[in-house]
Design a protein around this ligand. Sequence first.
Ligand code: TYM
Length: 347
Amino acid sequence: MTPHAPRVFSGMQPTGNLTLGNYLGALRNFVALQEDDTFAERLYCVVDLHAITVAQDPDALRTAIREVAAAYIASGLDPKRSIVFNQSRVSAHAELGWIFTCVARMGWVKRMTQFKEKAGKDREEASVGLFSYPTLMAADILAYRATHVPVGEDQKQHLELTRDIAAKFNHDYGNPEDERGFFPLPEPLIQPETARIMSLRNGENKMSKSDPSDMSRINLTDTKNVIAQKIKKAKTDPEPLPSEAEGMIARPEARNLVGIYAALADMSVDRVLAEYGGQGFGAFKPALADLTVEKIAPIGDEMRRLMETPDEIDAILADGAGRAAALARPVLREVYDTLGLTGGGTA
Ligand code: TYM
């Protein structure tokens, strides 16, 4: 048996502004993978069905879906070389998602830290969808038998659950003679340097689009002035930068800002510190602000340009969905047959 063909899948939620964290932790890697010939297909999804696990305004959601697609394209994804689409256009996600809610065990899903964070104190009021969210995520990936998933650190636990679901399905329904298994066990692709970009207001918290303070994050659509202001106001400490990375172990804000600089400049942290070690934030912040403006502002400009022609974005999403559905259809057909659901599925 030949192993499962290497295939990339990843997604982002259309729930408000994408941030520098989304960009450095994931999106930039989506673009880099376009140059990697190991993979025959790369699918990048706007996961709109995941977005409705919490309340969404329909008009705002419509715009947010297009905005994430615009961010993908503005960052360098080529919709010819990658498959760019939104989840709700391909019914295989919802269909396989249901099947996986019947494969995953309550105990596995209950362990998910993101549910605990997102549901907050009033867990009884959270939607059932928010709880079963990771089973739909497993379906996103496995509907294509994707083998590699570029994500930030916060998605690692969901990827482990995806692997558990795939392994249980393989064990329960797979052909024992097929060593590669019905589904591959997908690998997360996490870039250690940018796995967790932190808030600009508190270096212990992840940079997040849901943080109540807009000053905590750089949005991809922020103007040059806003980007520069946010970096200028970013929390720091009074010490100068050290000349070696060990000197930042107990300095989360310094570590975060130097890490962002290194990622945007494509430099190692050591090289950044060789240049700025011994200098205070008064010298470092303007350099970081200039670099962030240089790298991020053009993405926002391009997103605004693309958003002027929503029909063109919709056409890209429709084309991508057609190509994605063609890949998922035979997998779903096989899943239904395997389960004994004769003739099931429309995907
Ligand atoms: P989402 O929409 O929260 O985030 C999209 C991607 O951005 C990464 N990310 C970060 N990386 C580094 N530092 C940060 N501060 C930061 N904030 C966000 C996330 O790790 C993610 O890779 N459940 C997913 C969406 C999803 C998905 C999938 C991903 C649904 N189905 C299938 C991969 C494969 C999510 O909520 O990501």
